[in-house]
Design a protein. Structure first.
Length: 642
């Protein structure tokens, strides 16, 4: 049991931390679960993506771009079937491994339709496109009929986030009326390319739809993965691991793949072996055709990526992962993300608890926030999307909550201390009390603590007779004049005024901050006796003034005792006082009241033997005797300060 008490005290002292950290973490997780942090998490993810260092372009992919100048050359859009057939034949001559035609061709565009059909039928590695999922108007776009019959079609449906950006891609779709999945254009091209390398899909876990493709393991994106909350996870979606760009794309001149224009291909201005054994993608980059997508790299419309670039990025991600182990974007399980948020909530609460000074709290938060940013960024480099915004909010929330809690508790504690002591201590003692408040404050009060102190009781001689002779109002003024002077003397000697009892004063030296060293106890005893002598001198001055004013004069009795006491708060929540109790208090009180007729001098100071021993002959004293004090069975050696 003796070990449990310090533990309970420690837990109580740290209640602000262990209460705040889980509450803030729970609130942040709840806010996140409502989807209120999605935009912030996406924005943070985009920034980390843009911070990544550049990586070389993927030499396995070549883009045949159809820009504004190319459309002007052929003088029509869509380009005719004849021009498209010629374009495909010129590419086929260099024997690419596969060709992706990112141009809708569900209807013929004469002239040259026969030639294009012949090219479609004679190019088994050519993949056309179709739009499977109906748009807002309920329309879909079918594939070229010839390629559809040959099974050489891929879907080009895109999954955009609510902010209009593309951060995830589809590898396949599953329609309700279809038994088999429909692969996307990028997936078809990647599978054809990898098949030549002897790599094919291998199922790992049918329950989670996890598959292996070479060195890459694919697990479809869940509705709450990464920064998403209740997202549409239909089809087989992956988070897009964009290639790290060598420049920030400010326009069409910033390329991340090898490119050549349609006009150059039509005119046979093709570098030797540009397409050989590569993946060739044909698509529009003309702004007028509006086949543009915003990505994490997009800052303006000029920096948006074209649809054919998105397909190329997806193909590159699949092929690079399968052949070279380039990381895919992975996410933590939800439970681990909660623990991560909780950890930063604890760190924030600890920061606010330990570093309460504003400048240190700011410095600590800067260090922790920087550490979290670096950790999240390094995770992105390694292919992980770990929570960043929720931990930052948990860190801030816990720090602010604990600092606010501490400020509230500090105000409460200051009010308690000031209520308990008021003007009864010096600023020096008040500051000492405040600095050590955590040690002496418990549950809204100063807990009782045993210590060695010196207690002083003083009382006026003949006050009862004086009270009978004076009216109430002048009596109160006369008594307050005396109390003000005496209380100030106590404070000047680093004592505290414990209480006023009618015309009596109880003062204590050595509380509430104990120092049990013999030197400190001796200093407190000396301070008490010095204070009593100063009170006697002050009373002589007051008597001279009162006599001149026609007011009564008086004398005083003082009793001083040193020994063990218990000091702390006494009372209830409505009335709470700091006081000292113990045998030494009783001895001092009995010394003050002992034999009121003894020694007819104006003032008398009696001290206990323990106090006498601590004085070390610093004051002239006289041994009175071994006296039986009222209420005590054991006699006490009593001395008088002369």
């Amino acid at each position: 049991m003796w070990m449990l008490k310090p533990l309970r005290q420690r837990l109580w002292q740290w209640r602000g931390l262990w209460l705040t950290a889980p509450v803030v973490a729970g609130l942040v997780i709840g806010v996140r679960a409502l989807g209120l942090l999605q935009l912030l998490e996406w924005a943070a993810w985009d920034q980390f993506i843009r911070w990544r260092p550049p990586e070389p372009i993927d030499q396995r992919i070549v883009l045949v771009e159809i820009g504004e100048s190319d459309i002007n050359q052929v003088k029509q859009w869509p380009i005719s079937d004849g021009d498209l057939a010629r374009l495909l034949n010129n590419i086929k001559q260099q024997q690419p491994r596969t060709i992706g035609l990112d141009i809708y061709r569900d209807i013929q565009v004469p002239p040259g339709s026969e030639q294009l059909t012949e090219v479609f039928q004679s190019t088994p590695n050519l993949i056309g496109i179709e739009k499977v999922v109906p748009d807002a108007e309920g329309a879909s776009i079918p594939a070229p009929p010839v390629l559809k019959e040959l099974g050489q079609v891929g879907a080009v449906d895109a999954q955009l986030d609510t902010d209009g950006k593309l951060r995830r891609v589809l590898l396949s779709l599953q329609l309700e009326d279809s038994e088999f999945p429909i692969y996307t254009l990028a997936a078809q091209l990647a599978l054809i390319y990898l098949q030549a390398e002897g790599i094919e899909l291998e199922a790992i876990d049918e329950d989670t739809s996890t598959v292996r493709l070479g060195q890459a393991v694919f697990t479809p994106l869940g509705p709450n993965d990464g920064g998403y909350v209740n997202s549409d996870a239909g089809g087989y979606q992956l988070l897009m691991n964009f290639r790290r760009r060598a420049c920030q794309p400010q326009g069409p001149t910033c390329k991340i793949f090898q490119t050549i224009s349609m006009t150059e291909v039509l005119n046979n201005q093709i570098p030797p072996d540009l397409f050989r054994d590569r993946i060739v993608l044909i698509g529009s980059t003309a702004a007028s055709l509006k086949d543009l997508f915003f990505t994490p790299y997009s800052t303006t419309l000029l920096s948006a990526s074209s649809g054919v670039e998105i397909h190329a990025e997806t193909v590159s991600m699949i092929v690079s992962g399968a052949l070279e182990g380039r990381p895919l974007i992975r996410v933590w399980p939800e439970a681990l993300e909660w623990l991560w948020i909780g950890l930063w909530s604890i760190l924030g609460a600890t920061l606010g608890w330990q570093w309460r000074a504003k400048r240190w709290a700011i410095a600590g938060f800067t260090i922790l926030g920087g550490g979290l940013t670096i950790a999240a960024y390094l995770a992105v480099l390694a292919g992980w999307w770990i929570p960043f915004v929720p931990p930052i909010l948990a860190l801030i929330g816990s720090t602010v909550a604990v600092v606010s809690y501490e400020a509230t508790m500090e105000r409460r504690d200051r009010e308690i201390v000031m209520t308990l002591f008021g003007k009864n201590v010096t600023p020096k003692i008040a500051e000492a009390i405040w600095q050590d408040r955590d040690q002496i404050l418990s549950h809204g009060r100063l807990q009782g603590k045993q210590m060695t102190a010196t207690v002083l009781f003083s009382d006026l001689k003949g006050f009862t007779q004086i009270a009978e002779q004076m009216e109430a109002e002048p009596l109160m003024s006369w008594l307050n004049d005396y109390m003000d002077a005496m209380a100030q003397i106590v404070l000047d000697h680093d004592g505290i005024v414990d209480k006023f009892i009618g015309d009596a004063i109880m003062a204590v030296f050595g509380v509430p901050i104990p120092d049990e060293s013999p030197e400190a106890i001796a200093q407190e005893a000396i301070a008490a006796v010095t204070c009593a002598r100063a009170m006697v001198e002050q009373l002589a001055i007051l008597n001279l003034r009162w006599k001149a004013q026609g007011l009564p004069t008086t004398g005083m009795r003082v009793g001083i005792a040193t020994g063990a006491v218990v000091a702390g708060s006494l009372g209830n929540h409505q009335r709470l006082n700091y006081t000292t109790i113990g045998d030494s208090v009783n001895v001092a009180s009995r010394l003050e009241s002992y034999d009121k007729d003894m020694n007819e001098a104006c003032c008398r100071i009696l001290i206990s033997e323990v106090t006498y021993e601590y004085l070390e002959n610093k004051f002239p004293c006289e041994f009175i005797g071994c006296l039986h004090l009222r209420g005590r069975q054991q006699p006490v050696n009593v001395y008088q300060i002369l």
